[in-house]
Write a protein that binds this ligand. Sequence first.
Ligand SMILES: Nc1ncnc2c1ncn2[C@@H]1O[C@H](COP(=O)(O)OP(=O)(O)OP(=O)(O)O)[C@@H](O)[C@H]1O
Length: 318
Amino acid sequence: MTVTDTQRQPARTGGQPVLEASGVTMRFGGLLAVNNVNLTVREGEIVGLIGPNGAGKTTFFNCLTGLYKPTGGQVRFAGTPRKAPKATRKQADDPEAVRVEPLGALTPLPPKPRAVVRAGMARTFQNIRLFANMTALENVMVGRYCRTSSGALTSVLRGPKFRREEAATRARAQELLDFVGLSKSTEHLARNMPYGDQRRLEIARALATDPKLILLDEPTAGMNPQETRQASDLIFKIRDSGLSVVVIEHDMRFIFNLCDRVLCLVRGEALVEGTPHEVQSDPRVIEAYIGTGEEDDEDEVQDAHVQDTTVADEEGRS
Ligand SMILES: Nc1ncnc2c1ncn2[C@@H]1O[C@H](COP(=O)(O)OP(=O)(O)OP(=O)(O)O)[C@@H](O)[C@H]1O
């Protein structure tokens, strides 16, 4: 995997916490899918979540993003669900004026997806969930509506306020398509776009909600190596724009080259947490993949180790 020096910027460790999950537990009847997991994500960090199939990664994500109400523990976030801002003429003309708010104190999040999005957390899903018959631009505009303030009446009457907000929403959506590298796909129907582009479109739609933290569930699933490299570049770019990122991935090489910190879950429990180097060198992580039938992943943990050493050697030589 090619990772350039510009991309491998040092982690912004010591930043303010954006998300703090403590003792998160999720039971489905008799099945303990997530057991007492803690995770802190700081400003500007990329954190990876790995583990064999069925380890509880997606369930944990669902607890963080309000899709599930955890049966135990707490999720605190540096933001409170805020109402849509009243768009003044100046704000509506300038999409920059309605961007991310500064980090606030950590407060418990209500387990409601809409409140979580309004507080500044966005996510993508393992299976692509785009509006297939809408254009790329329209898909991103939908993501933006949680930050607009036009009520039903204003929308029906299509008055000046609605038109101003609609123009700002369109401009911001186009800006985000440019950001993720889809400038030329604005008018393409989502269902006709190549797989890798659909994944990037999902990310653009998530970014349209003005998040402080974005959670990506297997962003490279089904991608070819070139698309995977582009996904990695895009995630670095998102981090460099000031967001924190949490990523679930089975592609170990991708995760170990991308993340500042990695948490490995096994059977719902946190097995190891540390830098990519610490995690990939930990025999418990290799062991966790042995006997799971995920031999590819097991090999990848070991291969990724070799890869990382090569990158470190190159950096040492430069
Ligand atoms: N809604 C649900 N109801 C009952 N059991 C569930 C539910 N969702 C997940 N599980 C179970 O919880 C455990 C953890 O599943 P989860 O999907 O979180 O794992 P994962 O680490 O994301 O797996 P994968 O890498 O295969 O996506 C599994 O045993 C799964 O069958």
